[in-house]
Ligand binder design. Structure first.
Ligand SMILES: [Zn+2]
Length: 198
């Protein structure tokens, strides 16, 4: 077997990153090595800083350089509304819109037979604890519209069935800018069922 050089090593590590295949990993490695001062060195410093400072928020599960994270500590955010998401990426996606002013809870995934995610893998116990401990006046289940995510929503509903807190979920239906003619039948019928008044 061919001896792995430091360049091979770098390409291998880069190719394991999401969205980077072998070809783009080679391009990225070459780019970094050719622009040592402008690209490689700042990247090393940034990776080191991230490794040293970024932690998981013990309250919501977000990643930040403080624990609790800045969202959990922000006094301007409504304490009452709690938005349950599957992944940190979903939290970041909602934050990017700037349209939610409450707080979050990251479940850590959705149930999936394929990926071997069971009820025990989700942070349901911590969720229940957080709701009991903090003053939550509204719960929003912001999971994807997949079968697995919907099954997970039902597990959450079951977990909170004795709670008087109102629970809602994200609307399912016609995407903004979407044309009816191009939507699949499931989306159209769900949009009809979850229609809202003007
Ligand atoms: Zn937090």
């Amino acid at each position: 077997m061919k001896h792995e050089t430091p360049i091979d090593h770098l390409i291998k590590h880069l190719s394991h990153l999401p969205g980077l295949g072998a070809r783009s990993a080679r391009r990225a490695a070459l780019h970094l090595l050719q622009k040592r001062e402008e690209k490689l060195m700042p990247l090393i410093a940034s990776l080191q800083q991230a490794a040293d400072t970024i932690k998981i928020c013990s309250s919501c599960g977000n990643l930040d350089h403080t624990d609790p994270c800045r969202i959990c500590m922000d006094p301007k955010r409504q304490h009452g509304a709690l938005c349950i998401v599957a992944h940190i990426a979903d939290l970041w996606a909602i934050e990017r819109t700037g349209s939610f002013q409450g707080r979050y809870f990251v479940l850590g995934g959705v149930l999936s037979a394929l990926d071997g995610v069971t009820i025990e893998d989700l942070k349901l116990h911590q969720l229940k604890e957080k709701i009991a401990k903090e003053q939550v006046s509204e719960i929003i289940i912001a999971l994807s519209a997949t079968f697995e995510a919907q099954a997970t929503s039902h597990v959450i509903l079951d977990l909170l069935k004795d709670s008087p807190i109102p629970i809602s979920r994200l609307a399912h239906g016609v995407p903004v800018g979407g044309e009816l003619d191009y939507l699949d039948d499931g989306t159209i019928s769900t949009a009809l069922k979850s229609r809202t008044g003007f």
